[in-house]
Design a protein around this ligand. Sequence first.
Ligand code: 3IO
Length: 340
Amino acid sequence: MMRAGKLTGMLMVLMFCVALLCSVPVASAAEISLSYANFPPAKTFPCIQMERWKQEVEKRTGGKVQVQTYPGSTLLGAKNTLRGVMQGQADIGCISLAYHPGVFPLCSVFELPLGFTTSTSASLALWDLFSKYQPKEFKKFKVLTMFTSAPSNIMTEVPVRTLADLKGLEIRASGILSKILESLGATPVSMPMSATPEALQKGVVKGLFSSFEVLKDLNFAEICRYETETNTAVYPFAIIMNKNSWNGLPDDVKKVLNDLGREQAEWTGNYMDQHVKDSLAWAKDKYSIEMIKMSDADMKEIKDKTLPLIEDWKKKAADKGIDGAAVLSDIKASLVKYEK
Ligand code: 3IO
């Protein structure tokens, strides 16, 4: 008994030493390890851009920085990433601004129907706006990059051919995009994208209002066979970093991350625009989805009915000391520049 006990004890000590030896080189491979939380599933564009950013950062810092990515709300969910990153539960997090009404009085302007036709142009315009204004709504964070979805469209179980078809239809959206639906007579249900598969599955909503690439990435084409093109507002995103984590980085690493800001916005826009095309082709092939265009009269009505939302935004911005007219005119200039 005694002998066996001693042997087991010695074995355990040996195994502990082996484990220690094995773990030491792994732990010291990178000097800096950063955690990055993301809310939707790994296949979706916010996570695809996260993996690209991770690769670039690890490459450009020569392996000095290692990024641990957590897709699919495995570290922080859609609505608690903001607080989680502030408190340091993750170093970096991805947020969709529309999930936080009232929190981003300046950058929420990108949830309005501004006329952007691509994710690339909207993403660059958003980054330019942020860079110019350095809004205090982000003062608790270091913003690493920003980008937007592609313009939003209506994906539904039943065909929406006219504005009349939209009346009272429960459709999932978020933030000002929910208000857009409401002004068009639909019944918006606000929730993050990560909650949408279950809501569609359970019949809580009959469709959603977002960019088309989710038809493939979240397999929404299976349920939502009708796709009505409205190409209205986009969803703006920010990649935020904990201020202490940022301040603790050496200057050469800070430079790498700063240099990536605009480039990452453009990369994500380009990826998104191409991926929307690929996803639509896939959904047509696999589920024979029907693409629907509304009449010119309905499209004009959409424009007229959503115009007051721009005035609402301006008023709320003014309350926070933001010159809404100047912001909108800067965005107009970016739109002309990037939509060429
Ligand atoms: C989005 C969010 C997560 C995953 C894929 C996505 N495609 C477009 C969005 C925009 C958004 O935040 C939303 O809730 O529709």
